[in-house]
Design a protein around this ligand. Structure first.
Ligand code: KG4
Ligand code: ZN
Length: 333
């Protein structure tokens, strides 16, 4: 069986081909970031238009790189939600057109499930495990008992962690998206320079909150003059902010693993690309004999490989979707 995966929920157009034994034959990603940077965030109308321009060439490239044609495809897997409706619809309509014209089965995938399964593409991971999905739109902690069996333990009560990275980067005029820049600058700064608050770190729930931390950064920046905001100071603010976010994510995820008696954690989503999160989670978990799995960097941020893989799992368990499947902008998992 060979599955074509399509992802277009936000500002990346992506297509991938995966084989039944989970060999990834291609994973083509076209980022629109250059078109959105000057607006400081994703502009939905631009995102939708760029997806329309790219979707067919990206699918063709994914097939070409895989060394196959549409004749070799046995099923289509597409992100059905959550996301920007205008963006989702481009991928969904392309997927439906191919599936309908070739009478192929189609499955609609929850983008969060796609992220959750990305670590399994490259690793053999035990169940049950604790999974932290941490991206621009979500910060969710799950107990995963099997493929398709997810219990939400906690989530953010306000901003997602990636959103906090992006907003702090905007305050510091570092451009969009901010996570990767803050990650880089933090390596040059002192994480203990400012003792930013770590909201809800001691709260017994598994919920998160990042908007107070972002506001604390804003107050700190507003209190100092422009001439004081040197490159070194910016590096220190980034490092101190990143240390606070990573401290919260790490503490809660490891506590969840211990309280649910599992020795396995998986980290996934765009923020799972963060170097401090990966190293600190791995180091602190190891002290409790807990292993941490995170996807390679390209599979952390949005990509169609994870959607193709989730589709493979769904098709293997005979999930069937009608050709009338539609976008779902809000879709909790
Ligand atoms: O998963 P993703 O590509 O899209 C969503 O589903 O949201 O995640 C994008 C988010 C952005 O907020 C971006 O700033 C953040 O992931 N991000 C990072 C890093 N790379 C991407 N955050 C922290 N450190 C990184 N290295
Ligand atoms: Zn995503």
């Amino acid at each position: 069986m060979m599955i074509l995966g399509i992802e277009s929920s936000c500002d990346d157009t992506s297509a991938a081909v995966i084989k039944e034994d989970k060999t990834l034959l291609s994973n083509i990603i076209s980022s629109q970031v250059d078109f959105h940077t000057k607006y400081g965030g994703v502009v939905p109308e631009i995102a939708s238009r760029k997806h329309q321009e790219c979707i067919i060439p990206i699918i063709k490239e994914a097939l070409f790189k895989a060394g196959i044609t549409l004749n070799d495809i046995d099923g289509i897997s597409v992100t059905q939600g959550p996301g920007l409706v205008g963006s989702l619809l481009v991928g969904i309509n392309a997927a439906k057109s191919i599936a309908f014209s070739r009478k192929l089965p189609i499955v609609g995938i929850n983008h969060l499930e796609g992220h959750m399964l990305a670590p399994y593409l490259e690793n053999a991971i035990n169940f049950p495990n604790i999974t932290l999905v941490v991206s621009g739109g979500h910060t969710n902690l799950y107990k995963v008992s099997d493929f398709g069996s997810y219990t939400l333990l906690g989530s953010t009560r306000d901003d997602a962690a990636g959103e906090a990275f992006d907003k702090v980067a905007k305050l510091l005029e570092l451009g969009y998206p901010g996570g990767v820049v803050i990650d880089r600058l933090s390596k040059l700064g002192d994480p203990s320079f400012i003792d930013f608050p770590r909201p809800m770190i001691k709260d017994p729930s598994y919920d998160f909150s990042f908007s107070g931390l972002k506001t604390a950064v804003r107050y700190y920046i507003e209190k100092i003059s422009e001439s004081e905001l040197t490159d070194m100071k910016i590096n220190n603010i980034c490092a101190s902010f990143q240390a606070a976010v990573v401290g919260i994510l790490t503490a809660k995820t490891i506590r969840a693993a211990k309280e649910h008696h599992t020795d396995t954690i998986t980290l996934t989503g765009g923020v799972a690309a963060n170097s401090l999160l990966r190293s600190q989670m791995t180091e602190k978990a190891a002290a409790g004999n807990i292993k941490v799995f995170a996807p390679s960097l390209q599979l952390c941020t949005d990509n169609a490989a994870m959607i193709a893989f989730a589709g493979l799992k769904r098709m293997s368990s005979h999930d069937k979707f009608p050709y009338s499947l539609n976008a779902i902008s809000r879709w909790p998992l």
